[in-house]
Design a protein around this ligand. Structure first.
Ligand code: HEM
Length: 406
């Protein structure tokens, strides 16, 4: 039995420390969690993501108070009740819609920062894998949320995406029906996507964010030069007062204050979009209620899924499905396909520099082509971009194996 001071005032610092080791927790999680000095604003994106997730959670809770998960009521509960009858309902919906879109922009920036600086290898593999798990979970969260207003795009995107599970030529229609709980998207479908969106997926996201933070604790974050140094030694130097010479700063309060500064700028932009450009996060077609008898002329997903959608589209059903499935998981393999021993910015890594920029530009091209109708030149460009995506991943182990040690 540990020692407890009978005279300590309930909930005083001493009382709490004896029961919850608050001092140790604070040290381990914040004041003695060491961050390298040699990093830039891109390293604030992780905390920006955490904050955006918090905003999505809070705005989602408010929306949940009036949303009706019923195929006859869902559309009106969002577009009339929340948007015009409930005080400030529109504000919570704007915040939630903008947050859901912008969170993907930040996720992509965060991912590509990791790729650029090689922050996914030499002890950081689990940070990358848990990050990718978060990417998949956020995708599931966004897709399930998109079903909820039960507009035309909700219905038809739900139809197209669940159809993929028939496996093309395999005709596994039983699987599609099992997922939908019906022959077509209907009440059972809406109910289960509602459950996924408000309970199961957010719970999983919270768990994996904790895991992601846990995986950062031992390898620590990378830095702009990929420099490897002894964190313990640098921390001792800092604690001894040699703040200038030390290569690290404590997460709290030093690095956190920088994070908060970046977040401040981010939230100015965020609320500018919420108040003045909310429509960018909304598809106009989804302002029509779901109509199973009227297929929209073009069915396309939200912008953040367009690149992978465009990898599916130019091919015949079976090849397209395989290409699509590969695109969904290929980023998980990055730490193992990159065979170079170097952890360094892409600019110093020979052919990898070209690989990085080619991948980024290719995904931007795929995104634009995914939005355009698959006709004429657009479909040719889409096909070339999809083939380039595959070729880049095949080339990665070959070019990185040849990389000279820096
Ligand atoms: C969506 C929720 C996510 C949250 C809340 C989150 C949070 C964080 C935080 C706070 C950091 C440390 C500071 C920083 O480097 O920004 C970090 C680092 C990192 N994250 Fe994430 N992250 C998320 C998603 C992802 C995704 C999708 C990936 C990529 C697959 C990823 C990969 C990484 C990597 C590789 C690092 C280490 C960076 C380094 O060592 O320099 N994270 N994340």
């Amino acid at each position: 039995m540990a020692h407890f001071d009978e005279n300590a005032k309930p909930f005083s610092h001493k009382w709490m420390n004896e029961r919850l080791a608050v001092d140790t927790l604070k040290r381990v999680l914040s004041t003695e969690y060491w961050i390298p000095k040699n990093i830039n604003f891109l390293w604030a994106m992780g905390m920006v993501l955490a904050a955006t997730f918090g905003v999505l959670l809070i705005s989602g809770i408010f929306l949940l108070m009036y949303y009706q998960p019923n195929v006859n009521l869902a559309f009106d509960s969002v577009n009339y009740t929340i948007m015009s009858e409930v005080g400030y309902g529109w504000l919570w919906r704007h915040i939630h819609g903008v947050g859901a879109s912008i969170v993907f922009l930040i996720i992509y920036i965060h991912m590509f920062t990791g790729i650029y600086y090689g922050s996914y290898k030499r002890g950081r593999e689990l940070i990358w894998l848990s990050g990718m798990l978060l990417f998949v979970l956020f995708s599931a969260e966004a897709f399930s949320g998109y079903m909820l207003p039960w507009g035309q795009m909700s219905y038809w995107a739900g139809m197209v995406i669940t159809n993929l599970f028939s496996g093309g030529g395999l005709h596994a229609d039983f699987l599609v029906e099992w997922i939908r709980g019906d022959y077509v998207p209907g009440q059972a479908f809406l109910n289960r996507f509602f459950m996924l969106h408000v309970l199961l997926v957010p719970l999983a996201i919270i768990g994996v964010i904790v895991l992601h933070f846990g995986t950062l604790r031992i390898p620590h974050v990378n830095n702009q030069d990929g420099e490897e140094f002894d964190f313990e030694e640098a921390a001792e130097q800092y604690k001894a007062g040699n703040v200038k010479e030390s290569k690290v700063i404590p997460f709290n309060p030093v690095f956190l204050s920088k994070d908060v500064f970046v977040m401040g700028i981010y939230f100015i932009l965020f609320f500018y979009l919420v108040f003045y450009h909310f429509e960018f996060a909304m598809d106009p077609v989804n302002f029509d209620p779901a109509d199973p008898l009227k297929t929209p002329a073009h069915i396309y997903p939200e912008w953040y899924f367009l690149w992978s959608y465009e990898i599916l589209r130019p091919f015949s059903t079976n090849v397209g499905l395989i290409a699509f499935a590969i695109a969904q998981v290929i980023f998980f393999t990055l730490p193992f396909l990159d065979r170079s021993p170097n952890v360094a910015p892409a600019s110093r890594r020979g052919l990898f520099k070209y690989w990085f920029w080619a991948l980024l530009i290719d995904m931007i091209v795929l995104t634009f082509m995914g939005k355009l109708p698959p006709e004429g030149a657009w479909s040719t460009i889409g096909l070339i971009a999809a083939l380039t995506f595959m070729a880049l991943w095949i080339a990665l182990p070959i070019i990185t194996a040849k990389e000279k040690k820096l």
